[in-house]
Design a binder for this molecule. Sequence first.
Ligand SMILES: NC(=O)c1ccc[n+]([C@@H]2O[C@H](COP(=O)([O-])OP(=O)(O)OC[C@H]3O[C@@H](n4cnc5c(N)ncnc54)[C@H](O)[C@@H]3O)[C@@H](O)[C@H]2O)c1
Length: 320
Amino acid sequence: AILRQLGRRRRCPPPAAFPTQNGKVAIVTGGAKGIGYQTAKHLARLGMHVIIAGDIESEGQEAVRKIKEETLTGKGHCKRAGLEFLYCDLASMKSIRQFVQQFRAKNCPLHVLVNNAGVMLVPERKTEDGFEEHFGLNYLGHFLLTNLLLDTLKQSGTHSHNARIVTVSSATHYVGKLHLNDLQSRCSYSPHGAYAQSKLALVLFTYRLQHLLTANGSHVTANVVDPGVVNTELYKHVFWVVKVAIWMTAWLFLKTPEEGASTSIYAAVSPEMEGAGGCYLYNEERTKSADIAYDEELQRRLWTESCKLVGISDESSRVP
Ligand SMILES: NC(=O)c1ccc[n+]([C@@H]2O[C@H](COP(=O)([O-])OP(=O)(O)OC[C@H]3O[C@@H](n4cnc5c(N)ncnc54)[C@H](O)[C@@H]3O)[C@@H](O)[C@H]2O)c1
């Protein structure tokens, strides 16, 4: 799937002119770098108050400074970027809970949550809570964060302006396998397998979440996006030969982070996506995800297991 994407690499047109978002609030995880940075910047330009959630304070503060500078110097079309950094280590359930507490203390609404942060192909290691890092950070971290923020999202969405959850997956999910009996890859570890599993889990999670939101009549939608192959630091753990190949051919095959952010931004603010949930988006279009991701029984089982792992009650069990 990734090779196909490289072959079909297209220079994206400049991001569409979306309506201004004054008075709205967004959280972008991993918004200090790469695709997340560009997402945060664009949402701030549209007038949103953006909270960058990240695990490196210095990078977060620098991103805030840069975005403010760029949006204030007139390169963007918004005069004032409301922007702040809040510490959140997605590899720590405690840190995620503290982040949500801090956010709640602000007493502000939440209209857009972009679950963007991620790591790829890291050597075998565990999060603070003992989860395999790809699964624990990319998937379980966002699972917990979303669930803890759900009430605020529900209160912030309205019939005509649903709050939106945008989750960043990857084409790698097409080759992913979900090992329900070995989610932590203890029996056999492969960095590719673990990354692909975490990205497949995010797609299964989004579909189940949308099902639950619809069943509850909530004014919140959940969609999952694939940014394409984008030239970012995500590739820092790949084999050096691949790194050299990327360095030499990035201009031809890889998207820039700005281009990579376009589908997240589209899902977050485009009027066309108002009220639409449960979609897999690539290049700002709805497309099909892996067949296995539509397996409702698997979605349910993963949800139940995830609740147990992160220690929240599974209120979804009554919903078929
Ligand atoms: N770059 C690509 O080709 C590509 C392709 C498909 C999907 N993606 C996905 O896009 C998303 C963004 O990746 P990117 O390419 O911009 O990479 P990146 O490395 O530039 O950015 C990743 C972000 O996640 C943050 N992060 C990492 N560990 C964290 C933690 N413990 N707590 C909080 N934040 C943490 C980093 O600080 C960084 O801001 C990821 O989910 C990635 O899987 C990227």
